[in-house]
Design a protein around this ligand. Structure first.
Ligand code: ATP
Ligand code: FE2
Length: 333
């Protein structure tokens, strides 16, 4: 069984090909980036339309298969940007109809979790899912990934991107902030807002934006920029680690999984690793090539759901921009 997965929820058009053992045969992508400023939904939609043929061709070549070898087409049905989602859904419908194979629309957030479970071998982890739009502490309970804690405003990735935008960096700003933070020497005091297992980032962002207006920041390499990046990371990652530790204390599970785009950040992984070591529980982070949005995770979720007997009719493939993680019944796990 070979599944082709299409990811198109936001900045990345990804096409992955995965077999029923979870081996990734191809994981090709094209990501919309900017020199300065954020991403505009209309431009990203156009990017996905223009890049589709190219990425599909590369994925088929990389997997060394023929298009007709595909047995299942999976796509990200939500959550995400409407226009971007519709490009992936339309492509998936066309492909499944042409190949006469089943189609499955998967939840993007659940795909981030399932690929992390697959690569770590964890069976029942507490998952810290950190990405652009989402930041959630999840665990399987009574057949669903329940949200034990989450951001009350923006996702941590969007927080980092917005802060980076204020520094004049282009999208995605998260990896650039990680690099600058390595040169940070002095911790600048910032608000710290954890409420039980929930957290907020907007107050910290406002404070950072005020500090970034400081004229010293006009020269891009100033020490102050690095100190602010360092302080931002230390603060928000400590918040996420604290909330995850609280979840560990409340829920009786002995594995912690870090997944999603921001899981590529080494400092965040280091903090969680330390917390888990001190508590004597296991920790794993999703590999970097599978952390940010990608088609392989969509294909793998498609395989899992298909094995459990879930398929869609074409009429059931309408996109769902606000599809929450805990709305999905997890009958395959
Ligand atoms: P979702 O729909 O799952 O909420 P997303 O579609 O926005 O997420 P992902 O690719 O899962 O996309 O995550 C992208 C985010 O990850 C961006 O905000 C980006 O800045 C951030 N990111 C990527 N690499 C790093 C890094 N090394 N350090 C910090 N943030 C990072
Ligand atoms: Fe994502």
């Amino acid at each position: 069984m070979l599944c082709l997965g299409i990811e198109s929820t936001a900045h990345t058009l990804g096409i992955g090909i995965v077999n029923s053992n979870g081996e990734v045969l191809a994981n090709e992508k094209s990501t919309f980036t900017t020199e300065t400023g954020g991403i505009k939904p209309g431009k990203v939609t156009e990017h996905h339309i223009l890049m589709y043929d190219f990425v599909l061709k590369r994925a088929i070549e990389k997997a060394n298969i023929k298009l007709k070898d595909i047995n299942l087409v999976a796509f990200s049905q939500g959550p995400g940007l409407g226009g971007c989602l519709r490009v992936g859904a339309a492509a998936a419908r066309a492909l499944a109809t042409y190949l006469k194979v089943p189609i499955r629309g998967v939840n993007h957030c659940i795909a981030h979790v399932e690929i992390g479970k697959h690569t770590s071998g964890f069976k029942d982890p507490i998952t810290l899912y950190v990405s652009g739009a989402n930041t959630q502490i999840l665990a399987l309970a009574a057949g669903r990934y329940r949200v034990f804690g989450e951001t009350l405003d923006t996702g941590v990735g969007n927080f980092l991107d917005s802060f980076g935008r204020a520094l004049g960096l282009g999208f995605p700003q998260g990896p650039k902030i990680e690099e600058l933070a390595l040169k940070g020497k002095k911790y600048v005091e910032l608000p710290y807002t954890v409420k039980g297992m929930d957290f907020t980032f907007s107050g910290i962002l406002t404070k950072l934006e005020q500090l970034a207006k400081n004229s010293e920041l006009k020269t891009k390499n100033s020490q102050l920029i690095s100190d602010l990046c360092y302080s931002a990371q230390e603060t928000v990652f400590a918040m996420l680690t604290e909330a995850t530790e609280r979840a560990v204390a409340h829920i009786n599970k002995n594995e912690v999984l870090l997944t999603g785009g921001v899981a590529a950040n080494k400092r965040l992984a280091e903090m969680l690793q330390l917390m888990c070591k001190e508590r004597g529980i296991k920790f794993a982070v999703v590999p970097k090539d599978l952390s940010g949005d990608n088609g392989a995770m969509i294909a793998w979720a498609g395989i899992l759901e298909n094995k459990a007997g879930i398929k869609n009719k074409i009429s059931e493939t309408k996109v769902n921009q606000d599809w929450r993680t805990d709305q999905v019944e997890v009958i395959w796990s």
